[in-house]
Write a protein that binds this ligand. Structure first.
Ligand code: SF4
Length: 222
C-alpha cells in the first residue's frame, strides 16, 4: 500500500478524524489549566489544528493572551516572514495547518529588568504533560522548537551554532520525529542577524522547507 493509495488515504482520513476529536478535547482541557500560580495569564492556544508539524515556542508574551493566539506580535512577524520567504507558507496557512505549542502555555510575566520572565523549572514540568499529550495525539513528523528553552526540551544545546542548521531524530512520549530547531526571532538577541547565525538560520529554514511534512502542507490533497 503506497502513501497515496485510496486505502492509505482512507485510513489517513479516519486517523485524522480520531485525532481531531482527541485534540479538541485536549485543547479544551488545556484552556482550563491553572496549575501554575505565578503565571500572569490563562493558557494561549493556536487551536486544535491536526498537523504533522508542531512549532514550539518558549511561552506567550504579554500580547498573545490579549490577541488569543501564539506568536501574535514582534517575534511572530519575523517567524512568519521566515516561513513565507523560505517555505512559501504565509501566516494564514501556517496558522491553519500547523499546531502551535509552547514550553509553557501561559504568560510568565516580566522579570525585574522588564523583559519576559523565563518559565521556572517547576512550571516547565507542569506544562510538559500537555506537550507529551500533544505529541501522542498528533504523532508529528516534524517538530520545530523556536528558541533555546524550546530546543532543550528535545536536544542538548550548549551553543546555538552547534544545533541551528541541523536536523535531529528524537523520541519523546513514545513517538519518534525529526527536530529542526530555529533561533528565537524576538529581536532580544541579534544572533540570527549576524554571521554565523544568519547563515545557519537560513540553513535551518531550507531544511524545514525541504522536509516531507512541510512539502505535504502545500499538497492540495492534504
Ligand atoms: S503554564 Fe502550562 S501547566 Fe502552567 S498553568 Fe499554564 S497551561 Fe497550565
Amino acid at each position: 500500500m503506497t502513501r497515496n493509495s485510496p486505502k492509505a488515504q482512507y485510513l489517513g482520513a479516519m486517523a485524522k478524524l480520531n485525532s481531531q476529536e482527541l485534540l479538541d478535547q485536549h485543547v479544551a482541557a488545556l484552556l482550563r489549566c491553572r496549575r501554575c500560580a505565578r503565571m500572569k495569564s490563562t493558557p494561549v492556544s493556536g487551536g486544535a489544528i491536526v498537523s504533522d508539524i508542531m512549532i514550539i515556542g518558549q511561552a506567550p508574551g504579554p500580547r498573545e493572551p490579549v490577541l488569543q493566539r501564539p506568536f501574535a506580535h514582534t517575534a511572530g512577524k519575523t517567524l512568519f516572514r521566515w516561513f513565507e520567504e523560505f517555505c512559501a507558507i504565509n501566516e494564514a496557512t501556517a496558522r491553519a495547518k500547523i499546531y502551535f505549542a509552547a514550553v509553557c502555555q501561559c504568560f510568565p510575566g516580566k522579570n525585574s529588568s522588564g523583559t519576559d520572565r523565563v518559565p521556572a523549572p517547576d512550571e516547565i514540568r507542569n506544562c510538559s504533560s500537555w506537550m507529551d499529550d500533544e505529541i501522542q495525539i498528533l504523532q508529528p513528523r516534524l517538530i520545530i522548537p523556536v528558541g533555546r528553552l524550546a530546543m532543550t526540551q528535545f536536544i542538548a544545546c550548549k551553543k546555538l551554532q552547534e544545533v541551528i542548521g541541523r536536523k535531529f531524530r528524537v523520541a519523546r512520549a513514545g513517538h519518534r520525529f525529526d527536530v529542526i530547531p530555529l533561533p528565537h526571532p524576538s529581536g532580544a538577541s541579534p544572533w540570527h542577524k549576524i554571521s554565523p547565525g544568519k547563515e545557519l538560520t537560513q540553513c535551518a529554514l531550507k531544511l524545514i522547507a525541504h522536509h516531507p511534512a512541510v512539502a505535504a502542507l502545500c499538497d492540495p490533497r492534504q
